[in-house]
Ligand binder design. Sequence first.
Ligand code: KIV
Length: 274
Amino acid sequence: MSTHGSGRRRTTIRRLLEMKQTGEKIVALTAYDILFARIVDDIGVDIVLVGDSLGQVVLGHDSTLSVTLDDMIHHARAVRRGVKQALLVVDMPFLSFQVSPADTLRNAGRVLAETGAEAVKIEGGSERMADHVARLVEAGIPVMGHVGLTPQSVHALGGYRVQGRDGDNAERIRVEATRLADAGCFATVLELVPATLAADITRASPVPTIGIGAGPDCDGQVLVLYDALGLNDEFTPKFLRRFADLAGEARKGVADYVASVRHGDYPGPEHSHD
Ligand code: KIV
C-alpha cells in the first residue's frame, strides 16, 4: 500500500480498478490552484483533474479551444503542490495530441515531467486516438479517455448537447469506450450521455467509467469544482447539483468588506500595529 504522511491510502490506478471491482464509487473533482487542490485532497477525493475547463472557469474563454499546453502545465504545477493523496490527472488541451503521434508523446511527456502529475486525459475515441493512447501507454504514461460530449469538438458536435441519443451515435460511443480500454486507458470519462447508455458501457467496461451528466450508474463521478460549489451561478445544466453557494458567500463577503471600509469600521484598533 502506498501512503503519504497521513496514513490515508494514496490513490493508484490499481486502487481505481479495485474500486470498480468492489463497487466503491470513485469521486473526482477538478482543481486549478493550490488552495482548492488542498481542500479537495484533504477531504478525500480519489482523482483530482486539472481540466481544460480551466479555459472557461478560470481564464474566461468561451470554450476550451484557446487553452494552451503552457496554461495546463502552469496550473497543474500549482495543483500538484496541494495534492498529496489523490491521483492527479491533467487534460491534454486542443491540438496538443491531435496532430501527430510524436507530438502527442512529447507533449504528454512534458506534462508528466514538468508537473509531477500521474496521468493525462485525452478526448475522443477514434482509431487514431486509440493509436495515440497505445503509444503513450507503451511509453509508461497512464491515460484517461473521454467520450460522449468532448468539448474540444464542440463546433463539430453542434454545441454542448447530450450525445448518443440515437442508435448509431450510441453504438459509436460504445465502440469508442471499448477501443480506448483496449488501447490501455485506465479509466474513461463519459460526458453528457443518456444514463442507460452509460450504464451499458459501465457494465461492459473492464476499466472504471467516470460520469459527468451520465447518470448514476457509472463507476465514479466528476464535476467541475466551481460548478459543484456554486461559484459560477450562470451555469445551470440539468445534471448539476450545487453543493454550496460560494458565489453568494463571496458576494456577501465582498459587500461586507466594501461597507466596512466605507463606514470606517475596518480596520479597527485590533487590526492596527502600535
Ligand atoms: O475539462 C474538464 O474539466 C473535464 C471534466 C468536466 C471531465 O474534462
